[in-house]
Design a protein around this ligand. Structure first.
Ligand code: ADP
Length: 207
């Protein structure tokens, strides 16, 4: 079994930025957000069950999920959220497991799961849990700059996610991302060397 690092962090913490630094070092990335997007594209594997559960109202003219429509439905109706997750989460778990298992050429796999702490089925699969951490104020200002959402809208999204302390207490390793990009490189390099060693130990133990 390939050595698996589960990467998580709150919205705007810098998960994608950190994941890219690992990818530059030859690590295989499996991104559950990208899988969720693919599942909800026109003809995506989740679209037939979504149509059945919610009707045509949440489906755009192109046959893909109407993300804005779904987001507002989910915000106003908790049962809609649970219903959507019951469709998407098993498919995401299944596909991410298949992609992780297929990444045999890489020294190890980084599985990016925004809701790793919140969703079941990931923590137990990962050999290490890596959390990208920054202050809530930094999260808010990054997401506002990136998306144009208001600070209140970002806070509302953050309120649906695990708290900073919940996430950090689930972590085996932390990347602190309050500063600039230059501060990330040495942290990623040190973790990468550590993971290469642990991956090697795991491969030898499995022989
Ligand atoms: P996440 O994937 O956790 O939502 P991203 O990696 O997309 O977060 O980062 C959110 C935004 O903040 C992006 O626009 C990204 O370019 C920027 N960003 C992330 N980390 C840093 C950093 N250390 N310095 C400057 N900008 C950063």
């Amino acid at each position: 079994m390939t050595f698996l690092v589960g990467l998580t962090g709150g919205i705007g913490s810098g998960k994608s930025t950190v994941a890219e630094l690992f990818a530059q070092r030859g690590v295989a990335l499996v991104d559950t957000d990208a899988i969720a997007h693919a599942l909800t594209r026109p003809q995506g594997a989740a679209m037939a069950p979504i149509r059945l559960a919610f009707g045509d109202g949440v489906i755009g003219a192109d046959g893909a999920l109407d993300r804005a429509g779904m987001r507002s439905l989910v915000f106003s109706d908790r049962s809609a959220k649970a219903k959507l997750e019951a469709i998407l989460h098993p498919l995401i778990r299944q596909q991410s497991a298949a992609l992780c298992a297929a990444a045999t050429d890489a020294p190890y796999v980084l599985l990016v799961v925004p809701l790793l702490v919140e969703a079941g089925g990931y923590r137990e699969r990962a050999d290490r849990i890596l959390v990208v951490d920054c202050t809530e104020a930094v999260q808010i200002s990054r997401v506002v700059a990136r998306s144009g959402l208001t600070a209140d809208a970002v806070k509302a999204i953050m309120a649906t996610q695990a708290s900073r302390s919940e996430r950090c207490s689930a972590a085996d390793d932390l990347v602190l991302n309050d500063g600039g990009l230059a501060a990330l490189q040495p942290q990623v390099e040190a973790l990468h060397l550590r993971y290469l060693q642990l991956a090697c130990d795991k491969a030898h133990a499995g022989r």
